[in-house]
Design a protein around this ligand. Sequence first.
Ligand code: NAD
Length: 299
Amino acid sequence: PNTTIAFIGLGHMGGPMAANLVRAGYSLLGFDLVPAAARQAGANGVTMAASAAEAAAAADVVITMLPAGEHVLAAYLGDDGLIAAAKPGTLFIESSTIAVDDARAAHELLRAAGHRGVDAPVSGGVVGAEAGTLTIMVGGEADDFVAAEAILHVVGTRVVHCGGPGAGQAAKVCNNMILGVSMIAVSEAFVLGEALGLTNQALFDVAAHASGQCWALTTNCPVPGPVPASPANRAYQPGFAGALMAKDLGLAARAVESTGVVAELGSRAEEIYRRFADGPGAAQDFSAIIEEIRARSAV
Ligand code: NAD
């Protein structure tokens, strides 16, 4: 494709996503603050620029994959920011996981400057980024979604237009709130089952085929044994790290607060994962929450 993409943020997710775009024939200009990330991207065929602005000025499309909302807004703004540097009408694809409110603010800034943009957060982790099989949740105008689609299909398998500006982040935050709450529920049930003398396998054999069935149980099962590929079988190496779950539940809590919705379990899940991520859970798979529940239980 005759499209030049500026890719800002070439970390765990951005690095392999950029490499897949190079493989698909796109010209990639990259920038990252960390020299090791920049070196790796260079080795993958990304032409490294001296600054984010330099990359954006020469691009048709700007993709950002940065840690959090404050990084995105800081990279967008200012005299040497991406918005000022890009050619009028540049398409911005913002793929970091950030607050819905920050995504909407980013859209406003883009529109005011004569650019186009979609929020396009991803799920599927580093494994999905490397394989190009991410699920991508997109928010933005219909024609901007169409303009971004071909690129998003290189890095992802399932690309869903969720609605207007911010709708991609809204879908991500709602999905991950389900995930956080359901992993805690599954873990509490296993610990209760253990205390009642049930084997983990027996509870699994029932719940996996009954109304307790869910992804946290049948794919990412928090006890070793029933699902051989789940992180519990490899000492809870992530997977999806506790720190990322705490971050995403924090974004959900922000959305709960700004809308006035009553989400008692979602809010409690944030507290539980925040405590988990302040300790050793930060770098463990989020399913290791079961070990904390077991340790805190007086059984
Ligand atoms: P990461 O920390 O590995 O990568 C972020 C990169 O951005 C780093 O290399 C950092 O140096 C760079 N960076 C920061 N500020 C910059 C700036 N101003 N200019 C240029 N580069 C800058 O993080 P990651 O795991 O790749 O995650 C990126 C985003 O994707 C996050 O919002 C995260 O929540 C989300 N996400 C991560 C996963 C996952 O499993 N890792 C899954 C889904 C979504």
